[in-house]
Design a protein around this ligand. Sequence first.
Ligand code: NAP
Length: 301
Amino acid sequence: MTPVCLVGIGKIAVDQHVPSIAASDDWELAATVSRSGTVEGVPAFTDFDRMLAETDIPVISLCLPPVPRFAYAAKAIAAGRHVMLEKPPGATLAEVHALQDMATAKGVTLFTTWHSRMARGVAGAKAFLADKTVTEGHITWKEDVRRWHPGQEWVFEPGGMGVFDPGINALSILTEVLPAAVHLKEATLHFPENRQTPIAAQLQFSGGISADFDWRQEGDQIWEMTLHAGADRVDLKDGGNRCLINGEEAAQAALDEYPALYARMAELMETGGSDVDLTPMVHVSDAMTLGRRETVAAFDF
Ligand code: NAP
């Protein structure tokens, strides 16, 4: 079993990483680093430098928010450890390019994980669209920030990305399944009057693709996209976990999202490769550059 250290024992570490590692025959949770969080029965550090100095755990999985993550990733790579980055992989594009250079120089694996790409319906959609031309498409990604990020002030601070924190999941799927690249043409970003990041956004891409992201959704949560390729239609539902091709359910991938990410990390380490893809984040960066800003009602948790 490969030992892994989880850093940042918060919502996603507890919800997904810890159970996925525990259920795996290939991975062992060997330590945690967190200022306050722990996992029962697992050696817990509060200081990252001390963990690096006192253990030789080969893999560090960083579950911190994007802004503080770079410093941890840089130290881990410098210490010769393989690194998994939660999505979005950084606060800026340039810092992830820097990490990529460091990982290459050090000969370690760097994996910018995009968990939604591992949703069970995504591979089927990608395979179906591979030899087609997508003519039109729409994404609806509407969820309740209070439910998924309870009290997490960082999402509304600079670098927290606001509604693009979930929206980038949709963009990670879109960029995975589209057979040809698209680029952003227009965006409208809705900033609460008391916040630094948008709570909703509408995006228009080339190729007839549009997206509607909203973090104020109460009741049913909607994570869907529909792509048309001439007369063919692909519907991805439930965050990409269900794929319908011309109305018929397509085959699903065998693993859930986070077990699939750890399986991919094992594969990358075995082959000595890295997987660093910033395409979804380029679209977010472009939206922040090109987007028209509208001020909306103040938001408080
Ligand atoms: P979170 O619970 O707010 O934060 C995770 C942990 O990071 C915290 O428990 C905290 O640990 C540590 N942390 C926060 N700020 C820090 C700082 N400035 N310096 C050092 N450590 C800090 O966030 P999360 O929801 O787990 O999200 C973390 C990442 O996972 C984000 O990039 C997010 O996009 C991604 N993600 C989240 C979800 C979700 O449903 N929430 C789903 C998929 C992916 P300590 O205070 O204990 O040190």
